[in-house]
Ligand binder design. Structure first.
Ligand SMILES: [Mg+2]
Length: 365
């Protein structure tokens, strides 16, 4: 194989706002649409695709600060591009939207490199596995009991062995919701909950014992705000032994993950926020050095490839909104089988193409 001689000669950004299929809420947020920012990076006649779930302003930041940094770089030098992008947004603000912008471009550059080499993206990474275990996620606080039950039944019918629902928006409603959930999924399916940081420390500790003891919940995500590191550590250390405390979806820079290492049982990371695939690989190394598993947060089509390279991988969140959006917008979207997502090794890169005509009605940038 000869080394492709290709410089990045195009970086296009678009954004699409997709209405949810019904109003959604969790412990601390309500929404009726989700915006995805899509980056297409070009070199040598090939196009790489990346994306992040962020506001359209993320796309403007890419155009204003990252485009000029990436254009003209050797398409093989993804790490160099990542460092240059990080330097370029220092004053604009690296954590948050800044790193979401970097993530989308980094993913597009990895996809581009794989396509130039004509290999599936997973084969370009230090993959340690061929498939990624998933858990299905939704169970919004805004759902009726009937809708909650219907969604859970669908996941169990699809052979998903673990499911997650939102809690703690109106804690007094949770016992009835959890009764329905456990009854619907049976005893064998693992039940996870996510409070999205809604509870105080004392309330979170109280609910940790109830969730675990009464409904067999084995995963309590963001029981308190993930900014409350001491609170997370309190729940991790004083909560029930049969339940893991998890956080990390708002980790942007590596220091965010370092700060969580002594506060969680399992470290979450979102490839579309934490600096893309380059950033995720660093998080994987950090977690391994601290004997922690990593759980991937959302964006299943990128995560299916990227998480194969995380040696201490627990699972991936197969999130209702993103599953729906990615199958609407991308041709080649993977479907789970046996509770796992398996990258398609017959297609180069991520194996995704934007369904341009289907996406167009939702375009906002
Ligand atoms: Mg969460």
């Amino acid at each position: 194989m000869t080394r492709p001689d290709a410089t990045v000669d195009g970086l296009d950004v678009s954004a699409y706002r997709i209405p949810t299929d019904e109003p959604e809420s969790d412990g601390t947020y309500e929404w009726d649409s989700t915006t995805i920012v899509v980056v297409e990076a070009r070199a040598g006649g090939r196009t790489g695709l990346g994306y992040t779930y962020g506001e359209a302003a993320t796309g403007k930041l890419i155009e204003d600060k990252l485009q000029e940094v990436v254009l003209g770089l050797d398409a093989m030098d993804v790490g160099a591009a990542w460092l240059a992008m990080g330097a370029a947004i220092r004053n604009a603000g690296r954590p948050g939207v800044g790193m979401m912008a970097v993530s989308a471009v980094d993913i597009a550059l990895w996809d581009l490199k794989a396509r130039l080499l004509d290999v599936p993206l997973v084969d370009l990474l230090p993959a340690a596995r061929r498939q990624v275990p998933i858990y299905s996620s939704g169970g919004f606080c805004s759902y009726s009991m009937e809708r909650l039950q219907e969604q859970l039944e669908g996941w169990v019918a699809d052979g998903i062995p673990r499911v997650k629902m939102k809690v703690s928006r109106e804690p007094e409603r949770d016992p009835a919701r959890l009764d329905v959930a456990r009854k619907t999924i049976g005893e064998k399916t693992e039940l996870f909950v996510d409070a999205n940081g809604a509870l105080t420390r004392k309330d979170a500790l109280h609910w940790a014992y109830r969730f675990c003891g009464e409904w067999g919940v084995s995963w309590f995500e963001e029981p308190v705000s993930s900014a409350d590191l001491e609170g997370l550590r309190l729940i991790r250390d004083r909560g029930p032994a049969g339940m893991d405390t998890a956080a990390g979806e708002y980790g942007y820079v590596l220091a965010d993950f370092r700060n969580l290492l002594e506060c969680v049982d399992c470290l979450q990371a979102d490839v579309t926020r934490c600096g893309g695939i380059t950033g995720l690989l660093q998080v994987g190394g950090l977690a391994a050095a601290h004997q922690l598993d990593v759980s991937g947060h959302c964006a299943p089509q990128v995560s299916a490839h990227a998480l194969c390279a995380i040696h201490r991988l627990r699972h991936l969140e197969y999130f209702h909104d993103h599953v729906r959006i990615e199958s609407m917008l991308f041709e080649g979207a993977l479907l789970p089988s046996g509770g796992e997502l398996r990258p398609d090794r017959s297609r180069p890169g991520l194996g995704l193409e934007v369904k341009t005509a289907d996406a167009e009605p939702y375009r906002i940038r």
